[in-house]
Design a protein around this ligand. Structure first.
Ligand code: PMP
Length: 283
């Protein structure tokens, strides 16, 4: 694989990051993952806008202008021959002597991009639907910023896997916040799509925004409000969204089957509509 590290395209084996990079020492870094379908970037403008917001929230300098970032994505996709997969972009505050105080901006942000491939738009997991565990949300209080501080989500998902689940939904004050790396939804028995409203407690998913937009256009009822694990277990359907999973049904929550235990009609329809739209608008 060719990766992009601090100004250069290099073979991954030759890529070098300083041991003093603050992304490495403090998780002082933000990231984006953009899906690639048919060699094109899905919802790229929205990912770029969220990156800008993450950088601004952390007072972090921008590593490059909009045109340049887009060109880097495209060039990396081209060099690695990615048809189906993703581009990972990370901006760190850069390398500086280890100190809790942010170094002056002149240190310069560190920019890294790499690609990942995926075999297919479908997966056995998506066909079958996910079984999710439930765990307390012990992440920090600014989950709206997409930082590389992913240890708790990684820990909770690993524990869920060890316990035989596919993923984990996290809860705070009795309500579901989101999945380990995805936004969470239910379809109530009376046909309303429910998902937590945006706040500092969850990441404003790019796929969330696209799917809610599509659902609203289709005239579906949507409520952005908290829901509990019990409400989700008694719902007609449950599902998640992310740039990696698109729309994927959840068929079991903490050992309780949702609906008939198979991916629901709405989740399957939203997945199809989302993928059609993603392919149509990818750049
Ligand atoms: N929540 C969290 C915690 C995530 O890590 C992700 C994936 N980055 C999402 C939600 C979904 O966001 P997106 O649709 O932009 O991939």
């Amino acid at each position: 694989r060719t990766v992009f590290v601090n100004g250069e395209f290099v073979p991954e084996a030759d890529a070098r990051i300083s041991v003093f990079d603050r992304g490495f020492l403090f998780a002082d870094a933000v990231y984006e993952v953009t899906a690639v379908i048919g060699g094109k970037l899905v919802d790229y403008a929205a990912h770029q806008a969220r990156l800008r917001r993450s950088l601004a929230e952390l007072d972090m300098a921008s590593p490059a202008g909009d045109d340049e970032l887009l060109a880097l994505h495209r060039e990396l996709v081209r060099r690695n021959g990615i048809d189906l997969g993703s581009v990972y972009l990370q901006v760190s505050r850069g390398a500086a002597d280890r100190d809790f105080i942010w170094p002056p901006a002149e240190t310069g942000p560190g920019l890294v991009l790499f690609t990942q491939t995926r075999a297919s738009l479908e997966s056995p997991e998506a066909e079958r639907g996910l079984r999710v565990a439930v765990a307390p949300d012990l992440r920090w209080g600014r989950r709206d910023i997409k930082t590389t501080q992913l240890l708790y989500a990684s820990m909770a998902k690993s524990q869920a896997r060890r316990d035989g689940f596919d993923d984990v939904w996290m809860t705070e004050n009795g309500f579901v916040t989101e999945g380990s790396s995805n936004n969470a939804y239910i379809l109530t028995q009376d046909g309303t799509i429910v998902t937590p409203s945006l706040s500092r407690s969850i990441l404003p998913g790019i796929t969330r925004s696209a799917v809610l937009h599509g659902a609203a256009e289709a005239g579906l009822a949507i409520e952005e409000r908290p829901f509990t694990v019990e409400e989700a277990q008694g719902a007609r359907e449950a599902f998640i969204t992310s740039a990696g999973a698109f729309v994927t049904a959840v068929v079991e929550i903490d050992g309780v089957r949702v609906g008939d235990g198979r991916p629901g009609d709405l989740a399957r329809r939203l997945r199809r509509v989302y993928l059609d739209e993603a392919m149509r608008t990818a750049i």
